[in-house]
Design a protein around this ligand. Sequence first.
Ligand code: ASN
Length: 323
Amino acid sequence: MKKVIVIHTGGTISMHVNFESGAVVPGDSNPLTSEIDKLMEYADIHEIEAFNYPSPHMTPTEMLTLKNIIEQQLAEKEVAGFVITHGTDTLEETAYFLDLTIKSNVPIILTGAMRSSNEIGADGVYNLLSAVRVANSQHAIGKGVLVVMNDEIHTAQNVTKTSTSNVSTFQSPQYGPIGLITKTAIHFHHSPIRHETYDVKDIKKRVALLKVYAGMDVDLLMHVANNKYDGVVLEGLGQGNVPPAIVPGIQQLMNQHIPIVLVSRCYNGIAQPVYGYEGGGKMLEDMGVLFAHGLSGQKARLKLLIGLSDSRMTHTPSAIFEH
Ligand SMILES: NC(=O)C[C@H](N)C(=O)O
């Protein structure tokens, strides 16, 4: 039977509800571990307890540790695929981090749960089973890092958490899932067309993400300029525009050679340099602001961080966002 390595990192999928306080909390032991026997008929499963963190506690440092664990396992033994159990709040960021940093074709699947292990309708074990089946599927090879929840398969690049509590929270706005899971089969109906990776050994850079809003002042951008950030992503308005009041801050960052990437706070469509008015995307492009081809704010931030952290140091900020 093919070997699938399940790496636990924490999240609601590994938590339980304390019925006295009503709070969902992590416990001393992972409730998933006692369920693994049920999944053994699908694959030869080996478990690694990497962390037991709620996912808001995850940082790029833990993401890098996960990348190193996966690469070490690949170097040591033959593995059909990996499943990472993860909290849903930052799951899409860990997925995209691994997608941008791991070169292997072996399936790497992230999954989680919206209801903890002892709640009615708990979705964790079911999602874990689905993820193991996808990790073991021939058709998942070479598709990059994937997210499996609620019978759907999404790419790391496009997936995002869309609901605070619904079990169908993970969606890929504008693109949709690339596959579906039924009782008997794994169906892929799309394939990602390119997979770029960077060579990252450590993460020392700092990249900020700021959401733009009507009436925004320049002081937040000045703070970024004065506090040694290595880059900024602005989640701009509409097609990619900002209020005129923050343009001097953008100019200040440009003068300090701090790259700025502009995405849209709309979750459909792609930010592009269209408008020529003060603060419009065309003016921003002429000032040197980069565009991220439809990535969300949090994904563009990770891409800039990872691109700037490439140990070969061959990527200029504009080369990182070429595609
Ligand atoms: N459903 C979840 O996993 C949410 C939880 N707060 C986490 O991300 O760890």
